[in-house]
Design a protein around this ligand. Structure first.
Ligand SMILES: *Cc1c(COP(=O)(O)O)cnc(C)c1O
Length: 393
């Protein structure tokens, strides 16, 4: 992560272009006028006049995209109005009717819903596979496969996939590899360097970092960039310059925030590992994780989202646990400064066997004092355990 600490400060900033202002300002605008007829005709010759229109993004967008692209090591990035929008447009850029897509069983739920509803309706055959098992991929991939879409780690159960091996297999069949990289951010993992074709970020999460924007970005390699941006533009996708400004502001503190998220999450994960009410902790950076070796090989650190199974899944016990927390609030999303907890129960899977007993809980470890966070969990677990003892008596 350290290699990027300076980059996140400087990338995408050009004060000399903006009267010395440290940050690229918010540029609003639809129309971009030209000075003369000949300039207009020149635009026509060089890629078309329609490039010179607000929908394609002004300096605010371009500064941010260039920073993300440099971090991901791509040929170019494109911002989208949400993380989901980045996922769906990246998919749309790579599929055609009668093609086949393979999607990891642990993919973000709404991405799955898009594939099952929209892609399927357009005549794309959608199939799921266990992306931690290369044999499952080789069994299902074929010459009609246009996309293999994975998320590593999955954002509910935190299994890692071997992006390099999956990319090598997929490319033999001419399929594009899309990776939802929101958990790691480009600071901890760069999918394109491991062979993927498009890396996707939900900016809403760590890069935004403050739970105040919805935004996404997709970064492509040289062979895929034009395909990605053309599709996004044909759909008329635009992203608010105000949101992009906030995303750029988030990026400046990303390295220090991630360091704190990482350390606190590891402390809490270790604490939970030793707690008698906890069945299992799902965090790839724990030595006990089956994905630990892969994590060491590919990642430069870990972030602050992970999950664990409570041994007990009795509804009254689970409710007592959640309602006894004071610092962790129940809510969707993650990557912000505030700690969150999500009652999952059982993650939805169709091609993977998950434990049937226990109750899955996802944590977003925020930037509060880790001592306070641990105390909060400890207290809530104690309340739930006490209730269990009392109800048995
Ligand atoms: C949240 C999330 C998304 C979608 O991002 P939004 O900005 O909420 O649309 C995509 N992928 C993963 C892994 C996410 O956690």
């Amino acid at each position: 992560m350290n290699q990027f600490s300076t980059d996140v400060i400087n990338l995408g900033r050009t004060p000399e272009r903006f009267d010395g202002l440290v940050n690229t300002p918010v540029f609003r605008g639809s129309t971009i006028v030209v000075n003369s007829f000949s300039e207009w005709e020149e635009f026509k010759r060089n890629g078309g006049v329609y490039r010179h229109y607000g929908r394609f993004g002004a300096a605010t967008a371009k500064s941010f995209e260039s920073a993300i692209n440099a971090l991901e090591g791509g040929a170019g990035s494109m911002v989208f109005p949400s993380g989901l929008s980045a996922c769906t447009h990246a998919l749309m850029a790579c599929v055609e009717a009668n093609s086949h897509v393979l999607i990891a069983d642990n993919i973000y739920g709404p991405t799955r819903n898009f594939a099952d509803n929209i892609l399927a309706r357009m005549g794309v055959s959608v199939e799921y596979f266990d992306s931690t098992n290369l044999e499952a991929l080789t069994e299902k991939i074929n010459h009609r496969t246009s996309v293999v879409f994975i998320e590593s780690p999955g954002s509910m159960t935190f299994e890692l996939s071997d992006v390099a091996a999956i990319s090598a297999i997929s490319h033999q069949y001419g399929a594009k590899v899309l990776v939802d990289n929101s958990w790691a951010t480009p600071l901890l993992f760069q999918p394109l360097k491991h062979g993927a074709d498009i890396s996707i970020q939900s900016i809403t999460k760590y890069i935004g970092g403050h739970s105040d924007i919805l935004m996404g970005v997709a970064t492509a390699n040289a062979e895929t960039y034009e395909q990605l941006t053309k599709t996004g533009h044909l759909f008329g996708e635009t992203t608010s310059p105000d949101d992009i400004y906030l995303a750029s502001r988030g990026l400046r503190s990303l390295a220090v925030r991630l360091k704190q998220h990482q350390n606190s999450a590891l402390t809490i994960a270790q604490f939970l590992t030793t707690h008698p009410a906890v069945k299992e902790v799902l965090h790839p950076a724990l030595e006990t994780s089956p994905y630990h070796d892969l994590w060491l090989r590919d990642f430069d650190g870990s972030s602050g989202v992970f999950a664990f199974y409570l041994k007990e899944s009795k509804p009254s016990y689970v409710q007592k646990f959640f309602d006894s927390l004071k610092l962790f609030h129940i809510g969707l999303s993650w990557g912000g400064f505030e700690s969150l907890i999500l009652p999952v129960g059982q993650a939805y899977r169709t091609h993977t066997n998950l434990p049937k007993d226990g109750y899955l809980v996802r944590l977003n470890i925020g930037l509060e004092s880790v001592v306070d966070l641990q105390k909060d969990l400890e207290y809530a677990l104690k309340c739930a355990e006490q209730m269990l003892v009392e109800s048995v008596i």
